[in-house]
Design a protein. Structure first.
Length: 503
């Protein structure tokens, strides 16, 4: 069991390098315009305000002269507490996402052996900063902010040994890399919910305003403990919720001592709601066995031994973590080429769309085309079907600008597809390794496992040699085989098929 719990093949250390993401320039104090994610490219799971929506929210408005179409018509003046109550369901979702996003981060950072530094958000989705209100003929604006749901949205990864030498004063600060930028994980961490401004102020009270009381700093400490394997993700999320409740209480106490500060009563009211939400979710996370099952999307099986359950959890944690690390390495290959191209041209409208389309079109088969669409989470056909002729004209213009770089794009497309082929081989081996782990937990020999499968599924020929070939990576665990193994071993079939490089 001790050998299985370590599982070096699953939770291997990650090397700090440009393959994890772009080099970080270290300018944390310099204000720069945030990258805006595109809804057209399906780059974000951000949400707009579902409470106060009107057609003006779809337009790019400055509100300088208060002339905007389709203002929200009100016959009764809205009080601040009414606005907060109207947004309460979204605020609850905001806190739920904060907890789930941090749990995802704990898993992604687990056993990487890197040092992490949180520098705050730098990217977000498009959002409208206010909506128009018409109250008895008088036009005004209701200011909104895109509130990031993640406590630690942007991490910089460093080599652990180099970081320790830096803190000891033995070297300069090491080179850091924006951790997994461009991956599904990274875009999730940048997600926002558009709420009225005082919600953002409440978030800042617990996240970043006070150095002696900062949930973001506590979150960074927990991620580094998980990175070194000193805590597991499930232990880390329980501690995070506990720290969040403490920070909310401290923030309320601080604000109660302040007088004549703008929006203080509203922020206190929101923080009281946050305290309720955190406490309710803590009960679910710590006491409901279904929490891990639902979040990890697997059944943990009927194992009485906690060590066996830990092995299953580590298999799943490793699958979630490693697929994002591998995706980052593929994405960075494309980023290198884009950077070279943009050094030679002015970036046109819909450059990203045209580049992704060119990469996908370079695939020689429909199967490989679908693999690239899956990697990008983008379909050229869907994009064309969803846009008007005037927008498509700009898109086609961007395609023309990229035409001189066609050979370069074709080369990187095929290089990434070749890397994906090698990843499929690795995945086949990992599925075999998972079969070996679970068979060992159950105390079965290869012959006994094959016999049980044959008994449960008489139409399936499964001998000791078949199990041996699976465990040695010579035979792929297909969905059908995974289902049979899951029935006999009493586990979820998802444990055998966690990755995204096989169909």
């Amino acid at each position: 069991f001790e050998a299985l719990v370590a599982m070096p093949e699953y939770l291997y250390p990650i090397r700090a390098s440009p393959l994890l993401g772009p080099v970080y320039n270290g300018k944390t104090t310099e204000k720069k315009k945030r990258k805006t994610y595109s809804h057209e490219l399906a780059e974000t799971c951000s949400q707009t305000d579902r409470v106060f929506q009107d057609k003006s929210s779809l337009l790019k408005l400055t509100f300088k002269d208060y002339t905007y179409p389709n203002p929200l018509q009100l016959t009764v003046k809205v009080k601040a507490e009414d606005l907060i109550d109207a947004c309460r369901d979204m605020a609850r979702e905001h806190i739920e996402r904060r907890i789930l996003f941090f749990f995802q981060q704990l898993i992604i950072c687990y056993q990487t052996k890197l040092h992490f530094e949180c520098i705050g958000a730098s990217d977000q989705a498009k959002s409208v900063d206010a909506i128009a209100i018409n109250f008895r003929g008088k036009i005004s604006k209701l200011v909104r902010n895109a509130a990031h749901s993640s406590t630690t949205p942007r991490l910089i990864a460093y080599d652990q040994k180099q970081w320790e030498d830096f803190k000891a004063g033995n070297r300069q600060k090491p080179e850091g890399f924006v951790f997994l930028e461009g991956t599904d994980y990274y875009r999730t961490q940048q997600a926002t919910i558009n709420l009225i401004r005082c919600f953002n102020e409440a978030d800042r009270e617990i996240d970043e305003k006070w150095r002696d009381s900062c949930l973001r700093k506590k979150g960074e400490e927990l991620l580094n403990l998980a990175s070194q394997g000193k805590i597991t993700p499930d232990q880390g999320i329980s501690t995070f919720i506990k720290e969040a409740i403490i920070e909310v209480k401290k923030s309320i106490s601080r604000l109660l001592q302040l007088k004549n500060r703008k929006n203080t009563p509203e922020v206190i009211r929101i923080l009281h709601d946050y305290n309720i939400f955190f406490r309710e979710i803590r009960v679910v996370v710590t006491q409901d066995p279904a929490f891990l099952k639902n979040f990890l999307n697997i059944e943990l099986g009927s194992f009485g031994d906690d060590r066996a359950k830990n092995i299953i959890l580590k298999i799943r944690y490793a699958a979630i973590r490693n697929v994002q690390v591998r995706q980052a390495k593929l994405i960075q290959k494309f980023e290198e080429v884009k950077k070279e191209i943009l050094c030679k041209i002015s970036k046109p409208t819909y450059f990203e769309v045209a580049f992704r389309t060119a990469v996908i079109d370079a695939a020689r088969s429909q199967v490989n085309r679908h693999r690239l669409e899956k990697l990008f989470n983008f379909s050229p056909d869907h994009f064309i079907a969803q846009h008007r002729k005037c927008e498509l004209t700009k898109f086609h213009h961007a395609q023309e600008i990229l035409e001189p770089f066609r050979k370069q794009i074709i080369f990187v497309s095929r290089e990434v597809l070749e890397r994906m082929r090698k990843l499929r081989t690795q995945e086949q081996n990992l599925r075999g390794r998972t079969t070996l782990e679970l068979r060992t937990i159950r105390g079965l020999t290869q012959k006994e496992l094959g016999k049980k499968i044959a008994e449960q599924f008489p139409s399936t020929a499964c001998s000791q040699s078949t199990i041996s070939r699976i465990e040695n990576g010579q035979k792929l665990v297909t969905p059908k085989i995974a289902e049979q193994l899951s029935v006999v071993l009493g586990v979820d079939p998802g444990l055998f098929m966690p990755h995204c490089f096989y169909e």
